[in-house]
Design a binder for this molecule. Structure first.
Ligand SMILES: Nc1ncnc2c1ncn2[C@@H]1O[C@H](COP(=O)(O)OP(=O)(O)OP(=O)(O)O)[C@@H](O)[C@H]1O
Length: 302
């Protein structure tokens, strides 16, 4: 598969601040990637570089086969971008705002009207944006980013300020675009929300890309254990031998840690065959766990 976005050994320095240090990765079409990292990790800087809004100090960036900072970047019209803080002219209506952005992208404004419906703004389309709530402005921002069926969608903190219903709509839209072969990159602090949705995760810390891969790959690299909680019948006197030497006792049962899937499956077979077992719960490392792990490892190595 050819990468839609290719970042190679990129450095970005703002005077004394090294915002990005030797960052390299590829983003593939039809995939949703999550860009996560603490405040100041370099996420917005990366997105601005991909948009061609700023230039890298060194290294190379290709978006849809071109350098986005080049004057004649033809791919620009195929990019959708939702900034962290959407700012619109409060004197224009939602419809006029979309029409304005549609003209910038050289597409017919009328093709934007279905988007107003898609983001749940059809009822307020002819009201001034100044009267919109924060969530409504965010919806308009999303509609603006979706103009012209983008091949690459860069979303900076897109679900901040969205109510749960629109959050769901937002991810449904991302799924449609992805199924249509678009490359979607979401920069976010909402790790729990992204963990089942992102096919690819990029973890940044202080300008470095400290880890990247699918959730399974990150779990494998981290070697964080899988937590298995075994709930035994109340009248069980001694702990079953297959639980190992010292299971951790919690209110929910005995917790044991499996180092990998093979060890987990051995435990599950033992547990399933033991009539004293009332319940089994399995918790693989979450994105929160992995994020904390990779950040700590990098800080320790620094
Ligand atoms: N225009 C600028 N001038 C000077 N320093 C900057 C500029 N833009 C960003 N920085 C610095 O570069 C670093 C990375 O900033 P960036 O905005 O990319 O982080 P971020 O990961 O998007 O953070 P957040 O999660 O808070 O949005 C920070 O130390 C920031 O202060």
């Amino acid at each position: 598969m050819t990468a839609t976005i290719s970042v190679t050994d990129v450095e970005k320095t703002y005077r004394a601040v090294r915002a990005l240090r030797g960052v390299s990765f590829d983003l593939q079409p039809g995939r949703l990637s999550a860009l996560v990292g603490h405040n100041g990790a370099g996420k917005t800087t990366l997105i601005k570089l991909m948009l061609g809004l700023i230039r890298a100090t060194s290294g190379a960036i290709r978006v849809l086969g071109e350098d986005p900072a080049a004057g004649e970047f033809a791919g620009r019209r195929q990019l959708g971008y939702l900034p962290e803080n959407v700012a619109f002219n409060s004197g224009l209506t939602g419809r006029e705002t979309l029409a304005f952005y549609a003209r910038l992208k050289r597409i017919a404004p009328s093709s934007a009207w279905p988007l107003l419906d898609r983001v749940g703004l059809a009822h307020a389309a002819d009201r001034k944006v100044g009267t919109y709530s924060k969530g409504m402005r965010q919806r308009l921002g999303l509609a603006q980013a979706l103009l012209g069926r983008p091949r690459v969608l860069l979303l900076d903190e897109p679900t901040t300020g969205l109510d749960p219903a629109l959050r769901q709509t937002f991810y449904d839209i991302c799924d449609e675009l992805r199924a249509d072969g678009a490359t979607v990159l979401i920069s976010s602090h909402a790790l729990t929300e992204l963990e089942d949705r992102a096919e690819h995760v990029l973890i940044m810390n202080r300008g470095l890309l400290v880890a990247q891969g699918t959730m399974d790959e990150l779990r494998h690299i981290s070697r964080l254990p899988i937590r298995v909680t075994i709930d035994l019948a109340p009248n069980t006197d001694a702990l079953p031998a297959w639980l190992g030497a010292a299971p951790q006792a919690t209110a929910r049962g005995s917790v044991v840690f499996a180092r990998d899937d093979a060890e987990k499956m051995t435990l599950l077979r033992e547990a399933a065959a033991d009539p004293r077992v009332r319940n089994i719960e399995i918790a693989a490392p979450t994105l929160d766990d992995l994020y904390a792990h990779f950040l700590q490892s990098q800080e320790a190595a620094a």
